[in-house]
Design a protein around this ligand. Structure first.
Ligand SMILES: [Zn+2]
Ligand SMILES: [Zn+2]
Length: 83
């Protein structure tokens, strides 16, 4: 979560559900979406990419990075090792 933004900027309410704006998970209890945002999307420590040791503040940034770079790279590396 970026500083200066309220927790409520990170979820939207659809009917009876609270939907996380960042990962689109839905919750039926407001306290749960708040807790989700605090635990999953609040930068606390640096998370290290297991493949290239780059560090990220958000789990989602890491996932995005791995999808775009490291997972792709790993697949390529495996292909390269084939005869
Ligand atoms: Zn989320
Ligand atoms: Zn990486």
């Amino acid at each position: 979560m970026a500083p200066g933004l309220e927790l409520s900027d990170y979820f939207i309410t659809i009917g009876d559900e609270f939907v996380c704006n960042l990962c689109h998970k839905s919750f039926t209890i407001k306290a749960k979406v708040r807790r989700h945002l605090q635990t999953v999307h609040t930068p606390s420590k640096n998370i290290e990419c297991e493949f290239c040791q780059r560090t990220f503040k958000h789990e989602l940034s890491l996932k995005d990075h791995q999808d775009r770079f490291c997972n792709a790279r790993r697949v390529t590396a495996v292909k390269d090792e084939l005869p």
